[in-house]
Design a protein around this ligand. Structure first.
Ligand code: HPA
Length: 271
């Protein structure tokens, strides 16, 4: 596995002309347009990178864009892979250790999520202080390669406190408010039942979504610090009594996209 990762990283390093990204930004549903803002961009479709899988999710462009944002060299993943597409957890998280080999120092994971916490509203942003992996799966299942990370890795310090504080400072600088909470990662693709959401609330969950936990686990494994931010695109099942739909999620992601990009620009500036 490590050899494959090195091959992927070497390919990307050549494609990027030796430019080294310090930040990797994984852009979730509806949040992809941020990559279009990068200066001096170099774009590589996932399908061209050795051992990367193509994204099949609607509205996920499925490409890597390297460029300059807020004075830093940033590598954006425009679109990501999900377990519900049929990819294994290891396939979903494969790019993360490759980013580490490329020289990335911080990973920012973003996603659209449903609000479980009744104090939240659609349109809020939430820093993921911690997560509950409710998929029942791990990207680290199978033989371990110690060159990537240890067999048993700590998960208490995936999102270092200083990055969560930095996100608060960034939000303050641009006049945005920021929630903090626990993200529950589920497989999907179906949205949750109202009973599942009540259970997640009892368990301590604040938001729910179908991504991010595998990438966080892979980042913890290879020792890459993570800052993860959710956009609450809808209140979760059973909260308002309305049926959930992909249209609602997309509409809110588009509506909040501008504010989200402002926040991301400022976060990258402060890193
Ligand atoms: N549930 C799961 N995933 C989601 C949701 C939700 O309510 N909203 C956006 N992604």
């Amino acid at each position: 596995m490590y050899e494959k990762m090195r091959e992927s990283a070497a390919f990307l390093s050549r494609a990027f002309g030796g430019r080294i990204p310090s930040v990797a930004l994984v852009l979730g549903s509806g949040l992809g347009p941020l990559a279009d803002e990068l200066k001096d961009p170099v774009t590589v479709p996932f399908g061209e990178v050795p051992y990367f899988c193509r994204s099949t999710a609607p509205d996920h462009a499925g490409r890597l864009v390297l460029g300059e944002l807020s004075g830093k060299t940033v590598l954006c993943m425009q679109g990501r892979l999900h377990g519900y597409e049929g990819y294994t957890p290891a396939e979903v998280s494969y790019p993360i250790p490759v980013f580490k080999l490329l020289g990335v120092k911080t990973v920012i994971l973003t996603n659209a999520a449903g609000g479980i916490n009744l104090d939240f509203s659609a349109g809020d942003f939430m820093v993921i202080d911690d997560h509950i992996n409710f998929t029942g799966k791990s990207p680290l299942t199978g033989p371990n390669d110690d060159r990537v990370g240890p067999r048993f890795n700590d998960m208490c310090h995936v999102s270092p406190k200083d990055l969560c504080v930095l996100a608060d400072q960034a939000a303050k600088n641009c006049g945005l408010s920021l929630r903090h909470g626990v993200y529950v990662g589920v497989n999907g693709p179906q949205y949750e039942t109202a009973a599942e959401i009540r259970m997640f609330r009892t368990m301590g969950g604040d938001a729910v979504g179908m991504s991010t936990v595998f990438e966080s686990i892979a980042a913890a494994h290879c020792g890459l610090p993570v800052l993860a931010v959710s956009m609450i695109t809808n209140m979760a099942a059973g909260v308002t009594g309305n049926a959930l739909s992909d249209e609602e999620v997309k509409e809110m992601a588009a509506k909040g996209g501008e504010r989200f990009q402002t926040l991301m620009r400022e976060i990258v500036a402060l890193l």
